[in-house]
Ligand binder design. Sequence first.
Ligand code: ADP
Ligand code: MG
Length: 982
Amino acid sequence: MIRQAKGKTPRRPPPKKPSNNQKDPVGVYCRVRPLGADDEECCIEVISNTTIQLHAPDGLKANRNGEYKETQYSFKKVFGIKTSQRELFEDVAKPLVEDLIHCKNGLLFTYGVTGSGKTHTMTGSPGQGGLLPRSLDMIFNSIGPYQAKRYVFKPDDKNGMEVQNQVDALLDRQKRDSQTTVPKTPTTRRIDPEFADMISPEEACKADGVDEDSSYSVFVSYIEIYNNYIYDLLEETPFDPIKPKWNGAGTPLRNNIEFIPPQSKILREDQNHNMYVAGCTEVEVKSTEEAFEVFWRGQKKRRIANTQLNRESSRSHSVFIVKLAQAPLDADGDNVLQDKNQVNVSQLCLVDLAGSERTSRTRAEGSRLREAGNINQSLMTLRTCIEVLRENQMCGTNKMVPYRDSKVTHLFKNYFDGEGKVRMVVCVNPKADDYEETLLVMRFAEMTQEVEVARPVDRPICGFAAGRRQRNQAFKEELTRRLEERGGPVDGEFPTVLNQLLQSFPPLPPCEISGPNDDVTLPRLIEALEKRHKIRQMMIEEYNKTANMLKSVLQEQDSNILSKENFIQEQRGRLGEKDKMIQNQKNEIDRLEKKSKMLEYKIDILQKTTNIYEEDKRSLQQELESREQRLQRELSEKRRMESRMQGMVTDAKLKWEKECERRVNAKQLEMQNKLWVKDEKLKQLKAIVTEGKTENRQPQRPSREKDKVPPKRSASPSPVPSPYDGSQSSLSSLEPIYNFSQTVRSDPHFPRPGSVSVASCISEWEQGVPQSRRQGSQSPPDSRKRAQGLPNSLSRRRGRCWAREVPVQPADVDLEETTHWTGPPVRPLHRRSHSAGGERWVDHKPTSNVDLDTVLKPNIPNAIKVNAPNEKALSKCDRYVLTHQEVASDGEIQTKLIKGEVFKTRGGGQSVQFTDIETLKQENPVAASRKRRSSETDPDGEPMEGDWTDVETRCSVAVEMRAGSNLGPGYQHHGYPKRRKP
Ligand code: ADP
Ligand code: MG
């Protein structure tokens, strides 16, 4: 059985202090009304949708010397004269209504000078409903289907809300219905034309996210604060026919209408520290019309009171409070949960403040002045409170806010302390008359915007499964459908069952008592009734049993469903997780795809680069191949050339060998001829001697010397006899200095190999070099002529050098040809250092040399003596000397020391550069003196004799030939050679 939640309210949790630190500034909006027809001058201009500009009217400017300037004021939003009531509602009040439905409080007030449009904004007029009717409409549009039955929620008198059980609620409803004064249902009544069409149906709006598993109820109260007194505008004042025509307060009645002035109410603080008007009527309303009708009733009452009490309505504050009670449905989704702690009450206060004009402007006198002062006092208090709040918030001070100084501020204290959203619509009339007042309003508005109010927290959610209402609804529908399926009208269902049941009872016996003595009827009836009673008891038991069973089954089902729902919820959660995972993976895939695309692109580029490189490589390879082929060709060409050259060289060699042989033969022949001539002469001489023995015995020339024929004496072949032979040799022995700075180079026509070539070279060289000397110095008178007659090839030889490369084969003296023929001679060779213990010589004495047995012998200390020049010896020494013997023109053997310097060549071989020649010659001093004498005595003697004598004389001394070469082997060879004993 459902029990009523007792009137004794359980203690509520301590006042809800906002747990979050988030704060919102007081939302201040500005609405500019259009100018009245009479007001011509306008002092307000809307600059943007957040800013207005005030400019002083002309008269005021003139009075104050233009002291007033244009001033701008900004708001959260400015609504111009063309703004519709609906637009204003959408921006200003709609969020507050949404908050209300979501259990949050709100305070909305209009502020401004009288006539600025506060009432128009708040209440509006038919066809132009203001914020209040629109808010009510929105509330009912939103909670309409979820409203609790009337009187299920019941306000206690301590600003709390109770939940009644169904029966009590029903009883209360019946009681209300029985009262004739209260109209049955608002829908059946005709709507008061005064407030009809406040909101057109197409403008209806609805809040989202209404909790369908809660039940709602709306309560409205309407109070007026006048002269700092609070009056309840909805209080029922029963008509009191006994009351006199003058009321207790001494206020005269007007128009003879029965009027009992309202009693002022006091403010109280509930257990949540919220302020409320104690004993204030709260009317539960079920529709917009009903609510607005209640409001209109209050309005009427207010108007009457003002008229009766001679008050100005503009000096009172009217406060319309909409309370929304909501409680969760029970687990069945059928009834409101009978738990007072689960009831949530939120409220929206819609305040139409009194006009903000100053006392001076209110043409008040006497008691009216006091009223005006009070009115302004309450607004002044509001200003002060806002100021202090702002200061506390901005400077971090903790000054006490004087809420209690006026009823208005006291009533709304909680809002500023963080119990809900606060919004203010500043109404302004742009007419010039209101300028100064409007200026004050603007300043207040500006200040108010700087106050911040804590954001209300969300209410906790009750622990039942969601969707209870829907489920129950669906169940009911299903039941109806099934009953219909079973046939017959639903209404007739129950009587049929009942009839069947009644038929199953034993029939009642006839109950008519025949007479006072009838003892049968009554006992029979009693018996039958008892039987029936028993059956009924049994049936009740059965029914209870079945009901209990069904209940337990249902409960089981319920719990099953609950667990299934939980399971589904869980699965949903998991599904969500999986979805998230999938999303993440998708993102990852996307990322990877992008990456792979990027990589593919890179690969593409690399591929292209590789292709380019490969092409390059191919072309380079081709080039390489072609070059190799060319090289091969060139090599083979070279080889061919080499072989050709080899052939040429062999040819030349053979030619020259033949030539040499021919020349040697010729020479031998010549020598033999000479010998023969000499022999002939000797024979003749002999004949002469034998013939005339009277003559002086001529000292005979040693026959031994004469017998020594040149071929025997010299191994090296004599050069081809030339006309200069004699003179040249004598010249060379005469000239003390030979300048060999001009190097002699090889001639390709000369035979190369062996010492033979050296000798021929030397002779060649001898033929060439002195010629130059002769040209500029002590050359004989005919030498010039002879030089001129020289063949070109001969004169060219002066500039040649015999550079001797010692190749790998040490025994082979290889004469290398260089092709530099012009320009001053360069020494491409590097002379060895002399610093290491003086000069070292290679003493080359061919084996064919004959020991002359002379006193003066060339002796070179520390010399390496060789028969044939070799690499090893040359590498150790820095000087080279070849001892060469040949037969002079006079038949004597002359020895030539051909000297040279050894150089290392760049190729790692050795080369010899010939620098001097010393000629050692033996002569017969007797013959010489005879010859000299004969020449002296007979200057016209035979030229051959003269020549011979001349050479003999001049060759008597060996002269060192190289300038600066003091240590040369010929140094000690001055003087006459030892004359052999005859
Ligand atoms: P208040 O309540 O501030 O004293 P009211 O709301 O009574 O001022 O407005 C005074 C007059 O101006 C009314 O007749 C009202 O119809 C008119 N009025 C005010 N605001 C507007 C508006 N925005 N548009 C049209 N008329 C307006
Ligand atoms: Mg008004």
